[in-house]
Design a protein around this ligand. Sequence first.
Ligand SMILES: NC(=O)c1ccc[n+]([C@@H]2O[C@H](COP(=O)([O-])OP(=O)(O)OC[C@H]3O[C@@H](n4cnc5c(N)ncnc54)[C@H](OP(=O)(O)O)[C@@H]3O)[C@@H](O)[C@H]2O)c1
Length: 281
Amino acid sequence: MSNSDSKVVVITGCSSGIGFVTAVEFSKNDFTVFPTMRNLSKKNELEEELDNSEDILQLDVTDYASIDNTISQIKNKFGRIDILVNNAGYALFGSFEDTSIDEFKQQMETNFFGTVRLMKKVIPIMKKNNSGKIINISSIAGMSGFPFMPSYVSSSFALEGLTESLRYELKKFNIQLSLIEIGGVRTKFLDNKILSKDALKNTDYSKSMGNYLDMLENIFKNTITPDIIAEKIVEFSNLDILEPRYVIGEDVQQIINQKKILSPLDYEKYILDFMLNGIIE
Ligand SMILES: NC(=O)c1ccc[n+]([C@@H]2O[C@H](COP(=O)([O-])OP(=O)(O)OC[C@H]3O[C@@H](n4cnc5c(N)ncnc54)[C@H](OP(=O)(O)O)[C@@H]3O)[C@@H](O)[C@H]2O)c1
């Protein structure tokens, strides 16, 4: 749906999962939505769900030229971007020792610097209009450490710090930022995971790492579906004031509550006993 009064939304990573359903949800609620994806050959399914399929644009968050091109197109057409949803990302699994520096950097390039690049380009546009909302899809891995995904956890913690900090800087321009804290959500997230090259080689960590992945596969069978996240994102986009973070999912809320009330050592024991439950050698 595109009309001159409706708010203009840009979302990254819409070929599947949370980005896909969030694009559809915004469209159903009469926003002018520009879903983006790095590979447009994946756009057919989303095209069928949207009125304006020409609004699906190419954008790779690791490629500044592609960001520049797409955001400039939208700016030239509408003169504004009201809402930016930074959603694109993937999880790299592998112990710290089994993850190379290049693999570590690649994870940061997508999950952290991808959002940095988008915000560099979109904030000046929002500033001109003295208005804007930036919703960064984060993770419980941005609020708590977990083993065997140190680069993913680091990128999530970095995103949390950046978002919290920019809230102070951008307040006077009426640009609000918020983090969406999610745990397991049934998308292609686990299928799309990347294993570090050495992750399952016979290292000191491979057995625990294999157990950890099996545990996650099991947990993901019973997690919430992405439409719940999409509905909330649209709901938050309609609020006058955004909170710094929104927790979605009982699993995440429970972990955050425990971290608040337990001592740091007792919290570690809680994660080891209730989540990891003997799987780490
Ligand atoms: N699902 C969960 O349990 C969970 C939990 C915590 C946080 N999250 C976060 O939620 C976000 C969405 O994930 P999801 O669950 O919807 O998983 P998903 O189905 O795997 O979707 C991830 C999306 O990100 C895109 N992407 C990856 N690298 C990109 C790049 N360089 N440029 C542009 N797009 C790129 C993927 O595109 P391609 O199809 O081209 O690969 C895909 O569209 C991610 O940031 C993830 O870290 C998810």
